[in-house]
Design a protein around this ligand. Structure first.
Ligand code: GUN
Length: 306
């Protein structure tokens, strides 16, 4: 039996609508949520992301402020920009687009952003809070989006075996923290597999929830998947395809066509996890603005989001 498709575009649309409603309410009460996006350099993919983020903000009623800096911006200058945004009461959330051009100290910049404005959830304070189960943690957008997809399809991994393939700071590690939380749509038995894992297939076959986030095209094949598993594909990889208009096509970390025949649920690429990242960014921005206005609870809690 073919897996049911998880429509990330539809879920993201719902989240964005909810955020727009929350934003309208908060704006009417005197606080318009504001997100500052800082882009250093000319990386084409980053430019596309930033444009998409700005447009999504506008649609949701969030004030978007873009700062574009040349690739040779000195560290001190970038830090001064972050300091200014940290001090600006109209900016509730700051996102410095990664990766930064060579020569800039990414870690120092991530740590420079005030934790309560760190809408990416990458500051060590937020990482630590999440690891400790503190609801005040701001959670990274992509893993938060994965949990939101589980919520929307009604799959609660409580007590089940979840296997995450990939240990990146942006996805694998924070997702492991999220799925370990004592809360609905978490409470899983979590395994994080990575490039040194022996007999990866034996590990992934145990998974009732399998999340692939390694950036290796079609690494996960049908023989690695348990019958009926929920399969979430975070990977977005370009592979050459002369028959495609652009000369390439996008594939995930999961061999979609074959895995689809075994899984219970599966996310497509594109149109699965991808659209959730921006939706959760908007939700985190609204939550940060609400907290700044003294109106709420943690970004982490679903109720505290939109
Ligand atoms: N680059 C790719 N994804 C992201 C993200 O989620 N946040 C930031 N800051 N940079 C990125």
């Amino acid at each position: 039996m073919a897996a049911e498709l998880i429509d990330g575009r539809a879920v993201a649309r719902d989240v964005r609508r909810e955020v727009a409603e929350g934003t309208a309410e908060l704006t009417a009460a005197g606080t318009r949520p504001g997100l500052a996006v800082v882009l250093v350099g000319e990386d084409p993919a980053s430019q596309v992301y930033v444009r998409m983020k700005t447009r999504a903000c506008e649609e949701a009623g969030i004030e978007a402020r873009d700062t574009k800096l040349p690739a040779d911006t000195p560290q001190a200058e970038l830090e001064a920009v972050v300091d200014e945004l940290n001090a600006d009461p109209d900016v509730h959330a700051i996102l410095v687009q990664l990766p930064l051009p060579e020569g800039l100290d990414e870690k120092a910049i991530v740590e420079r952003v005030r934790p309560e404005k760190d809408v990416d959830g990458l500051h060590p304070v937020n990482v630590g809070r999440l690891a400790l189960g503190d609801p005040a943690a701001i959670r990274p957008c992509t893993p938060a989006g994965v949990q939101e997809l589980l919520r929307r399809i009604g799959f609660d991994p409580e007590g089940r075996r979840a296997v995450i393939v990939g240990r990146s700071n942006l996805v694998g590690r924070p997702l492991a923290s999220i799925l370990l939380q004592r809360e609905p749509f978490a409470n899983a038995t979590v395994t994080v597999a990575h490039s040194r894992t022996r007999d990866l297939a034996a590990v992934t076959r145990e998974a009732e929830l399998l999340v692939a986030a390694v950036g290796r095209p079609e690494l996960i094949t049908a023989d690695m998947v348990r019958e009926g598993a929920v399969v979430i594909d975070v990977g977005v990889n370009r592979v050459d395809d002369p028959s495609a208009e652009k000369g390439y096509r996008l594939v995930g970390d999961v061999a979609f066509d074959e895995v689809r025949k075994r899984a219970g649920w599966i996310t497509p690429v594109p149109g699965g996890v991808g659209p959730m990242t921006i939706a959760m960014l908007l939700r985190n921005t609204l939550a940060a603005a609400r907290r700044a206005a003294g109106r709420t609870v943690g970004a982490a809690s679903p109720a505290g989001g939109a």
